[in-house]
Design a protein around this ligand. Structure first.
Ligand SMILES: Nc1ncnc2c1ncn2[C@@H]1O[C@H](COP(=O)(O)OP(=O)(O)OP(=O)(O)O)[C@@H](O)[C@H]1O
Ligand SMILES: [Mg+2]
Length: 397
């Protein structure tokens, strides 16, 4: 049970306790250790069960509830207390925090607020050198020009990552108008990004997974909207929420960006732990890489996450060498994928991933290597991080 976050709740109101409980129970990797209907008993329950987080709903008797919060802070300082109330009175919030609460949530609780609070508690815990939540890895894939190979790479990288049993991987098609990730995976999805974006505040993890299409490789897909007119319904703010929810439920997010670098794409770039910028060795591509890198340099924290991936190496059209490309871009080439038009067109037309269609092909091996290189970096970070391996994939980055 080491990768599970353990919670205990106290709420004398049966109905609000039940609704909070059902929200918590649907959170993947959250374990409800204990529930209690009496404030008087909860400190003992916490002492006996040692949960990571104690949730105290104070509406029934705020004074008693806040007393309990102080007691917990003294007796069980390792248990982070989260206070829940239908009041958002500033004084009450202040009293709760002074009593030792780490977070205060107003009822009715929204799933993204709850996730945010749990995430902040987790980050503070890891900052104290305690157990560290295992971050989900967000890989954004952008291209320097149309048709450079971003979707081929996103889909096959996603499938390669999903092959590992310990990974849970989702691919989100952010090419909102013309995206074709569903074609690569030969799926006809029931729901799309617009359904999830519009319901994100109401979705729980079970519903979220039901809204996604699961490919036989294990990869989940969230495709672009079907109707062009629905594209405008997806805002940058929705996207932020969708990514937040996905990060709470998947170990890896692969985001296939559009080539318009829209506000929605920028949210993805911000959320990414790594950004693969796909280019080919020709002048229009390399010129765009330079332009994009200049713009990324103006945005806080983006340029450092970018890794240059050269696709279709060996395609003899641009007459630009890797060395020259590296000099032009002014940074190292992180990965190269060989040119293999026949295999790549087959995987797209047949709607099967590379490792099924051509397991031994150099391009397949190179994609598998790319997946390992991206994750290898993550495990190195884990090894150097203080404390034992990370605890919970809810915690971001
Ligand atoms: N390494 C490769 N070798 C040969 N052909 C490739 C390679 N990678 C991708 N392709 C081919 O390039 C074409 C474009 O690929 P893909 O659709 O993945 O690009 P994209 O950047 O997502 O395009 P768009 O800008 O339309 O989203 C496809 O026909 C694909 O089969
Ligand atoms: Mg594409």
């Amino acid at each position: 049970m080491s990768n599970v976050l353990r919670l205990a709740i106290v709420d004398p109101h049966d109905s609000s306790r039940d609704s909070l409980k059902s929200m918590l129970l649907r959170l993947e990797l959250v374990w409800l250790e204990a529930e209690c209907s009496r404030y008087e008993f909860f400190a003992d329950v916490v002492a006996q069960t040692n949960p990571d987080i104690g949730i105290v709903a104070i509406d029934r008797d705020p004074a008693k509830g806040l007393d309990l919060v102080s007691r917990l802070a003294q007796q069980s300082p390792e248990c982070a207390v989260l206070v829940v109330s239908s009041s958002n009175d500033g004084n009450l919030i202040l009293q709760a925090l002074r009593a030792g609460a780490k977070e205060f949530l107003t009822q009715p609780i929204r799933i993204d607020d709850l996730l945010g609070a749990l995430g902040r508690i987790g980050q503070r815990r890891s900052g104290q050198g305690e157990k560290k939540g295992r971050g989900s890895q967000v890989i954004a894939i952008g291209g320097a020009i149309g048709g450079v190979g971003s979707t081929s790479i996103a889909v096959n990288l996603g499938c390669a990552l999903a092959r590992e049993e310990r990974n849970s991987v989702v691919l989100v098609d952010l090419d909102l108008t013309l995206g074709d990730a569903d074609v690569f995976l030969d799926t006809i999805p029931d729901y799309t990004l617009v359904d999830v974006a519009q319901n994100v505040t109401r979705l729980d993890f079970t519903l979220l997974k039901r809204s996604l299409t699961r490919h036989s490789s294990g990869l989940y897909l969230l495709p672009r909207p079907v109707q062009l007119e629905d594209v405008a319904l997806i805002t940058a703010e929705d996207m932020q929420r969708v990514i937040g929810l996905m990060k709470a439920t998947f170990s890896h997010l692969v985001l296939d960006l559009s080539k318009s670098y829209s506000a929605v794409d920028l949210v993805a770039l911000e959320a990414a732990s790594q950004i693969l910028l796909v280019t080919q060795l020709d002048l229009p591509c390399l010129r765009n890489v330079v332009r994009l890198m200049m713009s990324f340099g103006q945005m806080e924290g983006i340029a450092d996450k970018v890794k240059i991936l050269v696709n279709r190496v060996g395609l003899d059209t641009g007459h630009i060498t890797l060395k020259k490309a590296q000099e032009t871009i002014g940074r190292d080439i992180f990965w190269q994928l060989p040119n293999d038009y026949r295999t790549m067109i087959e995987v797209r037309n047949n709607g099967v991933p590379l490792f099924e269609q051509a397991p031994k092909a150099p391009i397949t091996q190179s994609i598998l290597g790319l997946a390992a290189a991206l994750c290898g970096e993550e495990s190195q970070e884990d090894e150097t991080a203080a404390g034992p391996p990370k605890l919970f994939n809810l915690w971001s980055k």
